[in-house]
Design a protein around this ligand. Structure first.
Ligand code: CA2
Length: 143
């Protein structure tokens, strides 16, 4: 489970947009669901594009799927797009907020063509839904 820039600040500001949960709360919710699904999850948050690229490369060696909240890189990063296209495991993109209902620049989603699907707009629950989708795909379900 990869989280991009500024998501370490979750819960500290803009609760009307991102909710009151901290990233640690999100992690706890995901861990609870992961336990019930019988899967292991590794959590990484980074503010650095290259670290996220490295983590995607690493995931291809020891993970069955990735749930990615790329933060603002969703709207800009050709490097993340190329990294996702380069790995074979399914990547599910998640966003806390409904990016389509916000500023026009957030409607440009550069990773969308290479991820297996997106979950947007459900707050912290987007991550849990993203996990469910990733497990479904990793177990051979159709996307
Ligand atoms: O809705 C999402 O999950 C986003 O990925 C969040 C990004 C934003 O740039 C994307 O368009 C949508 C921003 C994360 C910023 O997180 C903050 C957390 C606390 C306070 C302020 C920002």
């Amino acid at each position: 489970m990869l989280s991009g820039p500024n998501l370490n600040l979750l819960g500290e500001r803009e609760p009307e947009v991102y909710g009151h949960h901290t990233l640690a709360d999100v992690e706890a919710m995901v861990r609870e669901r992961a336990e019930r699904l019988g899967v292991e999850v590794r959590f990484v948050q980074s503010n650095h594009e290259g670290v996220l690229v490295d983590e995607l490369h690493r995931a291809r060696l020891d993970c069955h799927a990735v749930v990615l909240n790329p933060g603002a890189f969703a709207h800009t990063s050709v490097a993340l797009r190329d990294a996702i296209a380069a790995i074979r495991i399914p990547v599910v993109e998640v966003h806390l907020s409904n990016v389509h209902a916000r500023e026009p620049f957030r409607r440009r989603m550069v990773l969308a063509p290479v991820v297996r699907g997106q979950v947007v707009g459900f707050g912290a629950h987007s991550y849990v839904l993203g996990l469910e989708a990733a497990v479904h795909l990793a177990r051979g379900g159709r996307g």
